[in-house]
Each structure stands twice: as C-alpha cells, then as structure tokens.
Write a protein that binds this ligand. Structure first.
Ligand SMILES: Cc1cc2nc3c(=O)[nH]c(=O)nc-3n(C[C@H](O)[C@H](O)[C@H](O)COP(=O)(O)O)c2cc1C
Length: 380
C-alpha cells in the first residue's frame, strides 16, 4: 500500500518527542500519517536491525544497546522515517536499510540548528539545490517507498516557489512546507500566504506546517488546510502539547491522554511479553500537570513497580520551550533513559548526559540493567 498525502492530518517529525509511543498515540487518536524524529544518516548507518520478539518491535540498535529507531507493525503502513543528510549515497544506504519497515522516507531540509547546518544538512540544503536534486533523485530512483522532503520557506515567495518546483521535478510524492524562514522562531507568525503560493505552484500534494499556535481543536486542522490551500496539514507542537488534537470528537484531558498512554503500553506488553504476569502493577509515579497554561516543561514517568522497570516519555509542553530556541533547548528537561535505569524524584539531583534532570535522580541497578539490556530495552 502506497502512502497518500491528500486530505491527511499528520504528526510532524519531532526530535525526542516523535518516538514510538507518541506516534502510536497520535495514530490511535486519528492522525493519518506519523513522521518519526529526525535521525542523522551517520547514526542510523551504525545500527543493526533487530526483531525484538519480546516487545514485538523492530529496533535499529547501536553496539552499546542504544535503540536509535524503534517501530512496529501497528504503524508500518503509516510511519515516515525522516533523515538528516547531506549526501546522496549515504541517504540511499539509510533508505535501503529501512525501506521494508516504514511507509515513507523524508529528508529534513528545515532544521535551522548549527549542528545540522554545519554538516550541510537541514536548512543548509535550502541554498544547495544541486545537492538536494542529487539526494532526492537518488532516493526516488533507489527505493520502493514514497520519498518526501520538509522545507522552510526562503526569503522571497519566488525563491520558495523555485525551490519547490525543483524538488517536485525530482519525483518526490509530497512536500511539507514549514511557513517560516530559517532565522524565524516558532513563536513568530507563520507565513500562510507563502505556503499558499507554493501549494498553487506545484502539482504534488503540499503539506502545511507551522500553524500549531492557531490550532485549538480538530476543526482548526481542516480550517488551516483550506486557508493554506494545501492537501494536508502537519502538526508538531499542537500534538506535543496534547496528541489527542487528532481526535475528531474533540481533545481529551491530560489525565485521559496519560491513561491511554499507559493502557497502550500495557496492552502491547501483555500481548507480546512472556513476562506479562510480572508486569501487574503499573503506576504513574511522577506526573506533572500537562497542557495547562503557564506551566514549565513536563514529563511523564511510568514505572513498572514490580521489577523497577521504568519508561519515561517527556512531552515538553511549554510553547516557549521551543525546539528552535537555543536557550530553551539547553534548559529543556528532555532526557533519555538507558535500558534499566530507574528513576525517583528524591534529591540529590544528578545531571544525566549533560542535561538537567529537573529534580529526578537516576539510578541503575546492575540486575535490572542486565535484564533490560537482554530484552532490548524498555525505554521507548
Ligand atoms: C520538540 C520539537 C522537535 C522537532 N524536531 C524536528 C525534527 O526532528 N525534524 C523536523 O523536520 N522538524 C522538527 N521540528 C520542527 C517541527 O516539525 C515543525 O516544523 C515546527 O515545530 C513548526 O510546526 P508547528 O507549528 O506544528 O509546531 C521540531 C519541533 C519541535 C517542537
């Protein structure tokens, strides 16, 4: 089945947010297509593909056990893998590695961060049409899955249209347009008019992106699809704040979303895991109020108390704490736990991998670590 990009509500790629549980939640609530977080070509090429029988997932794992990308059957027909790349040959290798496990392949041409641009990736590609042409043509010709790219707008409408037409000629099946320039922050107004002009100028489906600040209900998704004249709408922050934004019947409260999140994980584990009987008690150990105005970054900690297995998924739900804002990013309380790490909210605080842990103490028991590493890790 080939992905269709018309009339769709799409979960945008989001580093550290668009992991498997978030994507499954978004799909459950009604998202039609889910983009995974951007992964740099060099990194995914270092991984080995492993079928994780315990979790029923396909994992792309580094030699130290770190799961770089995890996917499963539920999303197979609707997940798009986004890569960061500046090289057509590497891009093709990545796409070949993943093409049987995902529904589509996307190239990030919008990330404004130095770490991306210095390597010639992300928004740096917006000024490198020859490289872009080569990457996209190589992918389109080399893989069996639909190829797309996600861009930011250029300084003028004309330049943006010229770029969009150039990528269209490579044979990509759709184009996502974040209606902000490289230097603009996510709180700056989005240029709806430019997205609209691009949608008019090309014949492939254009996916409007950047409108989260105007999205309060599901109906707004359709409203902005029409206002931008686009085929589809892609949401990042609106979904980060509350993934049930994709629900036609209306958004759910934070506690309902969390409950669904827990059920979703429990169901998968019960179905797949030999250890299901041991996972009898699941507690929300640490939970801050999500989605309420003016509250600082948030996290959800789920702990399987019976064996001290735990899993953390941070939804950073403060709009000012944006991916595009260096200061906020540094102070973000996003962090990843390695397999088997346990968490309590008692002091003293311990910085983890150079990131603030926001009052969470992270401890590892070797027994738990061993069990969890053998199982491929519980941390999604
Ligand atoms: C936490 C976070 C992580 C992001 N990571 C990515 C990414 O991996 N790849 C990408 O193309 N854009 C990324 N973005 C940008 C979004 O996909 C999107 O273009 C931007 O937030 C504007 O859309 P919105 O108004 O719906 O939030 C990220 C944004 C956020 C908030």
């Amino acid at each position: 089945m080939s992905l269709c990009y018309k009339g769709k509500a799409i979960l945008a790629p989001m580093v550290r947010v668009g992991t498997l549980p978030m994507r499954l939640l978004a799909l459950k609530y009604g998202a039609d297509i889910v983009y995974a977080e951007e992964i740099i070509d060099f990194k995914i090429l270092k991984t080995t593909r492993i079928e994780n029988k315990l979790l029923g997932t396909v994992d792309f794992v580094l030699t130290d056990g770190t799961v770089v990308f995890r996917t499963c059957d539920v999303e197979k027909q609707r997940v798009v893998f986004q890569m960061g790349t500046a090289d057509s040959e590497r891009a093709l290798k990545v796409a070949k590695l993943l093409e049987n496990d995902v529904a589509g392949i996307d190239v990030n041409m919008g990330c404004p961060k130095d770490y991306s641009c210095k390597g010639g990736m992300g928004a740096a590609l917006l000024t490198q049409p020859d490289t872009v042409r080569k990457i996209l043509t190589t992918l389109v010709q080399g893989v069996s899955k639909p190829v797309t790219c996600k861009i930011r707008i250029l300084p003028t409408v004309e330049e943006t249209i010229a770029f969009a037409k150039m990528v269209e000629e490579t044979g990509i099946v759709a184009l996502a347009v974040h209606g902000r320039e490289k230097h603009e922050r996510s709180r700056d107004p989005v240029h709806i008019n430019v997205i609209r002009e691009v949608a008019k100028a090309v014949s492939i489906p254009v996916i409007a992106n950047g409108v989260s600040l105007m999205i309060n209900t599901y109906k707004d998704i359709e409203k902005y699809r029409q206002e931008t004249g686009c085929s589809s709408v892609m949401l990042a922050r609106a979904a980060q704040w509350n993934p049930s934004i994709f629900r036609k019947e209306g958004r759910l409260s934070a506690s309902e979303v969390i409950t669904e999140y827990i059920k979703l994980n429990e169901k998968r584990k019960r179905k797949r895991s030999n250890l299901s009987s041991e996972i009898t008690e699941m507690k929300v150990k640490y939970l801050r109020k999500l989605y309420t105005g003016g509250v600082t970054p948030k996290g959800i900690l789920l702990e399987w108390s019976s064996r001290r297995r735990c899993c953390i998924q941070c939804f950073n739900s403060n709009s000012s704490n944006s991916y595009n804002d260096e200061d906020n990013r540094k102070n973000s309380n996003f962090f990843m736990l390695s397999p088997g790490e346990t968490v309590s909210n008692s002091p003293p605080m311990k910085p983890l991998k150079g990131k603030k842990t926001d009052g969470l103490k992270v401890l590892l028991s070797s027994e738990t670590r061993n069990i969890l590493q053998r199982s491929g890790g519980w941390i999604l």
